[in-house]
Design a binder for this molecule. Structure first.
Ligand code: TXA
Ligand code: MG
Length: 318
């Protein structure tokens, strides 16, 4: 089992000797290691059981650090980062040679973000290298939003989990590419399309599923629990035995399911609260022994709701 604690110095020395530490961010917990050391990066892929075609996000605490391994930011990237950094926004920038091809899966761009979580920032400030950090879950499974989630799944593979409490945003960062004239959102996340367009104008959204993904939280099936999981429209109330079904709803219970098998994301219909509760609620249903099928209902398709629905669609995809 890993030690769970708030000791920045312990985390720092593990990272400096070339090992991995799970770190809190405002979105989800990350499995972090020195982004400039290719052996450490290889450990990240191995520990997560992640295919090497799926590139990593590199985390920084300053623009000075960023400029050590990326080319200049395009104008719209400057505008976006000046509003949303530190925060749940990831941008793709041309990489310098110091970033290995393993980090970027051979692409000439590297994904970067400046997290807002205070412990992550403190840790990054104490290091003289940036941190590569994918979500701290086994590949394809639900992302972790607490130190305990990380412990359950990766606790036997790492020494230390930096405990920053429950993640405030609860879904991963929004990923934006500036390669085309029109910026492209490759993953819906903690900063909404509306917020982004409010700063840089129209963007294209291309977070569609693919089995040959360029940006693969884009994988069609992802973020999935172990149990059978279906969307509410795939429910057949006549033939299904609903007494063994669990339900993840937005704001209202569904009388067809047992009350104790239901979780609501936000009784007050807050999409922020729903995002924060999403992954933890899916885990709770996945762990409930009296449930064999999880039924999910979608939330309003606006703001953070789009990122939530995106995760629900991937979780229910075959
Ligand atoms: O909120 C987050 O972004 C969290 C926290 C820990 O920062 N991290 C996270 O990492 O979600 P991960 O590895 O689970 O997702 C990274 C996504 C993948 O879908 C990957 O394909 C995409 O970023 N990505 C990374 N580099 C890319 C690149 N150069 N071009 C396109 N997509 C890229
Ligand atoms: Mg992930």
């Amino acid at each position: 089992m890993a030690i769970i604690g708030v000791d920045i110095n312990a985390a720092k020395s593990i990272l400096e000797r070339g090992d991995l530490v799970a770190i809190p961010t405002e979105t989800v917990y990350g499995l972090a290691g020195n982004a400039l050391d290719v052996d450490v990066v290889a450990k990240i892929f191995k520990t997560k059981n992640r295919p090497t075609f799926d590139p990593l996000i590199v985390h920084v605490d300053s623009f000075e650090r960023l400029s050590e391994f990326t080319e200049e930011l395009p104008k719209k990237a400057v505008q976006l980062t000046s509003v949303f950094w530190p925060g749940p926004l990831t941008i793709l920038l041309k990489k310098k040679a110091i970033i290995s091809d393993l980090v970027t899966a051979g692409l000439d761009t590297v994904a970067v973000r400046m997290p807002r979580h205070e412990l992550a920032r403190e840790l990054l400030r104490s290091l003289n290298f940036p941190l590569a950090a994918p979500s701290a879950n086994p590949f394809g499974y639900i992302s972790p939003t607490s130190a305990q989630h990380v412990q359950q799944q990766l606790g036997d593979k790492i020494d230390y989990i930096l405990d920053g409490g429950d993640c405030g945003v609860g879904v991963e960062s929004t990923i934006v590419s500036f390669e085309n004239e029109l910026p492209v959102v490759l993953r819906l996340g903690g900063i909404s399309i509306e917020e982004i367009e409010g700063v840089i104008g129209k963007v294209e959204v291309n977070s569609h599923s693919s089995s040959q993904p360029k940006a693969p939280g884009m994988l069609k099936s992802h973020y999935a629990p172990k149990k059978r999981i279906i969307a509410i429209d795939a429910l057949n109330s006549e033939t299904d035995d609903l007494s063994t079904f669990g339900f993840l709803g937005f704001s209202k219970l569904d009388y067809r399911f047992k009350a104790e098998n239901q979780i609501l994301l936000s009784e007050t219909e807050s999409l922020n609260e729903a995002a924060k509760n999403l992954f933890g609620s899916l885990r709770t249903l996945d762990e409930n022994p009296s449930i064999n099928t999880i039924v999910v209902s979608y939330v309003p398709e606006k703001g953070l709701g789009r990122a939530i629905n995106d995760r629900l669609r991937r979780a229910t995809a075959k």
